[in-house]
Design a binder for this molecule. Structure first.
Ligand SMILES: Cc1ncc(COP(=O)(O)O)c(C=O)c1O
Length: 426
């Protein structure tokens, strides 16, 4: 069932380009120096061609759910067919090596890959379905006393804060929010507003690494360092980062990092992970419990074992990780950032546009949130669709639309979007 790396490259139609122009595997520094420009049209057209996304529509809503490359879809379909045809072959002797259902299997191969991607160890990684359930495992699993405080920002996603709100109502802990400016002007301004809100009762600091409603990359490394100095447990929500910007959990110094692959990484929906630092794992009770619920030999397995799951989705995830690795995380980031910055630069020329993403470009990548004077988010979203079948996502009356630029988007699409906004604001 496993395609070799070379045959995957071939199946992507990138074999010649990738193997001759770049050495894509394991030589980050070398291939960076031979990296094509972030706007190398020929290269990025080849990448666009790997997606089955309709060519007559333009997708700008990766922040909700990403488009999958063809190789991901093919892998899922292939494994689904394999299961349907061969389930009778399954002797259920060594489930850890079988690939029929997930949720009982320790999933070492895929956890190893995720661990490597994040600079973690395998035991520190559990597979989850999404960020919401990972966050709920943490909020439900950590022991807190009534009156203990959880600090977060005023701009967290419901899936990031929901588990903590349950905890507040059920156990009498206090859920507090620090106000983060929107748009943010600088990392230090964000840092100060969050640190000012820490108190001696703060036991958990939970933050989005990248805020979904503005695209702001928060100074989480500095904030985790300050929180750790005060003995505060740090939890980062990386729903918007994985597959967009590089994440090194050791460098960030967080206790927990939660992420998903179904947005920026192009993996099938229902693929997420939970990283918990080795020395903090024991503090988290299992929430969805099966045989391994109290087995600490492989902590990541304890959380990964959560009942019957869908193996073809994990096969699709493997293909998405290969696809990402073949292009290279640096190149992916460079392209996303190039397109995002092009959009923001164009929109900034328009006096009728208000941008809610940070004014400091170092805090931005592929998410831009903006509105046009006199329009609601829904009106702007609908106008994009009516005029050019473009799909950003409404952020409500005040904040306009969230416009995500991913590797399958092009400078021409960005320029067209800027022109549409100009027309709408005329
Ligand atoms: C910052 C943030 N946290 C959590 C979530 C929820 O993610 P999931 O649907 O993977 O649970 C999202 C989804 O958009 C998000 O943007």
């Amino acid at each position: 069932m496993n395609l070799s790396r070379r045959s995957i490259l071939k199946s992507l139609g990138l074999s010649t380009l990738a193997l001759t122009t770049f050495d894509l595997f394991g030589k980050t520094n070398e291939f960076q120096s031979s990296m094509p420009e972030a706007d190398d049209p020929e290269y990025w057209k080849k990448i666009r061609d790997q997606f089955t996304l309709s060519k007559d529509k333009v997708f700008f809503n990766t922040g909700t759910v990403g488009a999958m490359p063809k190789v991901v879809v093919d892998k899922m379909v292939e494994h689904t067919r394999y299961l349907a045809e061969n389930v009778a072959d399954w002797a259920y002797k060594d489930d850890n090596k079988e690939e029929f259902i997930s949720g009982y299997n320790n999933l070492i191969p895929i956890r190893t890959r995720v661990a490597k991607l994040l600079n973690a160890t395998v035991a520190e990684i559990a597979m989850t379905d999404n960020v919401t359930n990972g966050m709920s495992y943490i909020a439900n699993g950590i022991t807190l006393q009534p009156g203990d405080e959880i600090l977060t920002t005023d701009q967290e996603h419901s899936g990031g804060k929901g588990g903590w709100l349950v905890k507040e109502k059920r156990y009498g802990v206090v859920f507090k929010t620090a106000v983060v400016p929107k748009p943010a002007k600088s990392s230090s301004e964000v840092y100060d507003s969050i640190v000012k809100a820490l108190t001696p009762r703060t036991k958990v600091l939970m933050l989005s690494h990248m805020i979904s409603g503005s695209g702001a990359i928060l100074p989480v490394k500095e904030l985790c360092a300050e929180a750790s100095k005060r003995g505060i447990f740090t939890v980062l929500d990386g729903a918007q980062t994985i597959g967009q910007i590089k994440v090194d959990v050791k460098d960030l110094g967080c206790d927990v990092y939660l992420g998903c692959f179904h947005k920026w990484m192009g993996a099938p929906a229902g693929t997420g992970f939970m990283f918990v630092k080795a020395d903090r794992m024991k503090e988290i009770w299992t929430t969805v419990a099966s045989t391994k619920w109290d087995d600490h030999a492989d902590e990541g397995f304890r959380f990964t074992q959560r009942g019957t799951g869908n193996f073809p989705v994990l096969k699709g995830l493997e293909a998405a990780l290969d696809f990402h690795a073949e292009i290279g995380p640096d190149r992916v980031y460079a392209r996303i950032k190039f397109l995002g910055e092009r959009l923001r630069t164009g929109l900034r020329q328009n006096k009728k546009v208000k941008i809610f993403s940070p004014s400091d470009e170092t805090m931005c990548a592929g998410i831009t949130v903006y509105n046009v004077d006199g329009l609601t988010g829904t009106q702007l979203q609908d106008a994009y669709w009516a005029k050019a079948k473009m799909r950003p996502r409404s952020q409500g009356d005040q904040f306009g639309v969230r416009h995500c630029t991913n590797i399958f988007n092009s400078p021409e699409e960005i320029d067209k979007a800027i022109a549409i906004v100009k027309e709408l604001s005329a």
